[in-house]
Design a protein around this ligand. Structure first.
Ligand SMILES: Cc1cc2nc3c(=O)[nH]c(=O)nc-3n(C[C@H](O)[C@H](O)[C@H](O)COP(=O)(O)OP(=O)(O)OC[C@H]3O[C@@H](n4cnc5c(N)ncnc54)[C@H](O)[C@@H]3O)c2cc1C
Ligand code: SF4
Length: 334
């Protein structure tokens, strides 16, 4: 790990100024916000991240979880994963989010990990984590060692010939299905970005993963109210039952009326270069009866454009079955 300077800030404007005005940043050297540190410090130990300055944002007043006036829920960027997962409103109204968070990492990690840190966690691609190998995401232009290499865990949707990394987060899949909005404050003011527009696909620039600019601080998320009677479910399939990232996962939000599906959102994890909302699956399900035939058709639609690599072709069928099982759970006793 390289030496770094730790800067503690106590207001949002101090945090942004520290990023923008930092001589380190102006010289093009990396400078990072640090929240729980469970992702960033890992990568610093591996010399994948080498910030000269760390801005500790833990003193900022951004850890509240509170209802909005319109029935939405506001979750502060520094709300710990554990606090979100066990929050009464989250458990009652957005169980998909609670289940997704609790399916990830370990109790100790979730106690430290924050909402925004989870949103921005880096891929677990083994070559990204090992500076001995070429990796376009870590060092643009050095190639993608995973193409033709160890790619069993990596993405089959939204990849490019420059990068096939998967987004590792569970939380983010649930947030995609819940149509969360990310609230950002930067040197140019505040803005709100729907999660569908927050992540970028690798294309020719895999080093860029989100629309965030230097100095942008995520302050909170908002999640809109769901229609009355909507059920939500998160199902994660992985190599072992705990402390493991998803091979495939599905977040479902669904409501039925008169035996037909009249509201549905489907998002996938473990298979996409970003948290993968499947509008194709949703279109396939709307208006259909909640049965095995509709579910399988939706799963086929969701994986239609999948592009497997040498070791992860199994994810296509696995993800389809994951969708079918999650839809079955979401419609049982509905
Ligand atoms: C062994 C292990 C197993 C894990 N298993 C899973 C799993 O199964 N599923 C899963 O989803 N996750 C898993 N995780 C990942 C874990 O969820 C993340 O490490 C955690 O959510 C990151 O949150 P943090 O607050 O610690 O982020 P940090 O490490 O502090 O930060 C991560 C990134 O976010 C940036 N950042 C943080 N806050 C802000 C902000 N407010 N504005 C702008 N930028 C910000 C930082 O600069 C950094 O780039 C695992 C982690 C470990 C170590
Ligand atoms: S998949 Fe992406 S992160 Fe992994 S080696 Fe290739 S470029 Fe790097």
């Amino acid at each position: 790990m390289q030496p770094f300077e730790l800067i503690t800030v106590s207001t949002i404007s101090e945090a942004i100024q520290a990023q923008v005005a930092s001589p380190t940043a102006q010289q093009g050297a990396p400078i990072r916000f640090i929240a729980g540190g469970t992702n960033l410090v890992d990568y610093m130990k591996l010399n994948v991240e080498t910030p000269r300055q760390l801005i500790d944002i833990n003193m900022l007043p951004l850890d509240r979880i509170e209802p909005g006036p319109d029935g939405s829920l506001r979750i502060g960027a520094l709300a710990r994963n554990t606090d979100v997962a066990y929050h009464e409103t989250v458990k009652a109204q957005y169980p998909v989010l609670s289940e997704a968070i609790l399916s990830g990492a370990s109790t100790q990690l979730r106690n430290m990990a924050t909402t925004a840190g989870n949103l921005l966690q880096k891929t677990r691609c083994v070559y990204y984590r090992d500076t001995a190998y070429g990796c376009n995401k870590r060092e643009p232009g050095t190639g993608c060692s995973a193409i033709g290499g160890h790619n069993r865990m990596l993405a089959i949707l939204g990849t490019s010939d420059k990068c096939i990394a998967s987004n590792p987060s569970d939380q983010n899949v649930a947030l995609a299905a819940l149509e969360a909005t990310i609230h950002i404050t930067g040197s140019k003011g505040e803005r709100a970005v729907p999660i569908a527009d927050f992540y970028t696909l690798p294309g020719n620039t895999p080093q860029r993963e989100t629309i965030l600019e230097a100095g942008d601080l995520v302050t909170h998320l908002t999640i809109p109210a769901l229609p009355t009677g909507a059920k939500s479910v998160y199902l994660k399939l992985r190599d072992r039952a705990s402390y493991e990232f998803a091979l495939a996962s599905a977040a479902i939000v669904l409501k039925q009326s008169n035996g037909r599906i009249d509201f549905v959102r489907v998002a996938l994890g473990g298979v996409g270069a970003k948290p993968w909302r499947s509008l194709e699956a949703e279109r396939s399900l709307l208006g259909k009866p909640a049965n095995a035939i509709s579910f399988r058709a939706a799963a086929e639609a969701a994986l239609h454009g999948a592009h497997p690599q040498s070791q992860n072709g199994f994810k296509i069928e696995l993800a389809k079955r994951c969708i079918v099982h999650a839809l079955t759970q979401a419609t049982t006793n509905a």
